[in-house]
Design a protein around this ligand. Structure first.
Ligand code: ZN
Length: 439
């Protein structure tokens, strides 16, 4: 919005507030409901999509790449235009701060990320990031001062494994700085590349109670909202993830001379295992998912009975106890499968992300903000990981989902409509203002 449009909007606000007693300009500004500019927001999204654009119509703006750096520079410009006090922390996160009217209150934090997966789409992370900036700019233009300070956060390297938000929640371990990233740089070099300082990453840590709330708008990345023709998802929690490395031990032998009834075929047992995992995970109601996503066969030759199979098991749900209960059934049934042909199963835990529940008060705030806008909502889990799960460790967290067309994400085909994006941003704005009143 340029100055003339802004003046026009103020004039509309004056007319809209004509029932209020005539008074000074400030009074009128307060009675006008907060609004934002959806067209400007969508134009910013389009402009950001040029940084790392790929021929398929998506984007390859992996963290710590030159495209990432250029996109972040564009975003920092928007943040400065929005009147935010912009800085980059030691982990490479971009912070945009605006003071509140009450100096003792903790900040209300909101934002998302602008890095992508290789060959990704133009909506994952960017919708939440640019909406957060649009909210800040609109508050600024409409002269709305919050009681709490606001902090717009653009997290670094979300897609690589929450490498910006985990230092802030105290969950990053020093040895993880040596990990590599899609850019080819290590995490440490990547932080440095963005203007951070990996030797001081622990300094960005915040303690529980340091924020009043964290709210993140994001595309659903699944198809539930579109399928059910709903506007807004109110996230109940982000699923926990557990992974195991599974070894199936059999006996390697000659594929020509070993009779069928005397084989300890690890591959056959693994095939039965994969089928069983799918059956057991589906056996009880709920949104839990289980996947065997990787398989290696040893020795892996056409004329050799496989002696060993290495595979993975991954399960996700918001209820960690449920995941463990299902795992114990899988482990028990694996024994039975092994007994069928003289093979054994070993499970080694390899990864765990604890589930992160959203805060009931923030969920209510998001629901009320959507209701104020006459939008339909649904409570739902997030099957994908987000920076919000790290922030849940330090304060009340909530997430807002908008529909993803076809449920497609991490693909150039990722798409959300400009109207849904604007609706999501309006819910974010309403939620920030309600949180400012209620927390
Ligand atoms: Zn994302």
């Amino acid at each position: 919005m340029d100055r003339r449009q802004f003046a026009g909007q103020l004039a509309t606000a004056v007319v809209g507030a004509s029932l209020a007693p005539a008074g000074p300009f400030l009074h009128v500004r307060r009675t006008a409901p907060a609004t934002l500019d959806g067209a400007r927001l969508n134009a910013h999204l389009k402009a950001l999509s040029a940084f790392g654009a790929n021929p398929a119509g998506g984007v390859s703006r992996v963290a710590y790449s030159d495209f990432d750096k250029a996109g972040r520079a564009y975003v920092m410009g928007l943040m400065k235009d929005a009147g935010l006090d912009v800085s980059v922390d030691f982990a490479g996160n971009i912070l945009g701060r605006r003071a509140g009217s009450d100096a003792v209150l903790k900040p209300i934090m909101f934002g998302s990320h602008v890095d992508s997966v290789p060959d990704g789409g133009n909506y994952d992370g960017t919708v939440g990031s640019l909406s957060a900036i649009e909210v800040a700019q609109s508050l600024q233009e409409q002269g709305i001062r919050t009681r709490h300070p606001i902090e717009v956060m653009i997290w670094a390297n979300e897609e690589g494994g929450l490498y910006g938000s985990k230092p802030v929640s105290g969950q990053l371990k020093a040895e993880e700085l040596k990990n590599s990233s899609w850019s080819g740089k290590t995490i440490a070099d990547g932080m440095k590349f963005l203007g951070g300082d990996p030797t001081r990453f622990t300094d960005v840590r915040r303690q529980r109670g340091d924020i009043a709330a964290y709210i993140e708008l994001h595309i659903e990345q699944g198809g539930t909202l579109e399928r059910e023709s709903l506007n807004i998802g109110v996230v109940e929690g982000i699923v926990g993830i557990r992974r195991w490395d599974v070894t199936v031990n059999g006996m390697q032998n000659h594929a020509g001379t070993t009779p069928m009834d005397q084989r300890h075929d690890a591959m056959l047992a693994a095939a039965r295992f994969i089928e069983m995992v799918n059956r057991v995970v589906r056996a009880e109601p709920g949104r839990q998912v289980g996947t065997v996503g990787k398989l290696e066969i040893f020795p892996g030759a056409p004329n050799v009975i496989p002696g060993r199979v290495q595979c993975t098991l991954e399960m996700r749900d918001v209820d960690a106890a449920k995941v463990l209960r299902i795992f114990s059934t899988i482990s028990k049934e694996s024994k039975g499968i092994g007994e069928m042909n003289g093979t054994t199963f070993d499970f080694r835990p390899s990864h765990e992300d604890v589930p992160a529940m959203s805060d009931p008060a923030i969920r209510a705030i998001i629901g009320d903000a959507a209701k104020d806008l006459k939008l339909t909502t649904k409570a739902m889990p997030s099957g994908a990981g987000h920076d919000a799960q790290a922030m849940a460790q330090i304060g009340p967290m909530g997430m807002i989902f908008i529909p993803s067309m076809g449920g497609i994400s991490h693909s150039p085909k990722e798409y959300s409509t400009p109207q849904d994006i604007e609706r999501g941003a309006r819910v974010l704005m309403g939620a920030v203002l309600l949180a400012d009143k209620r927390t």
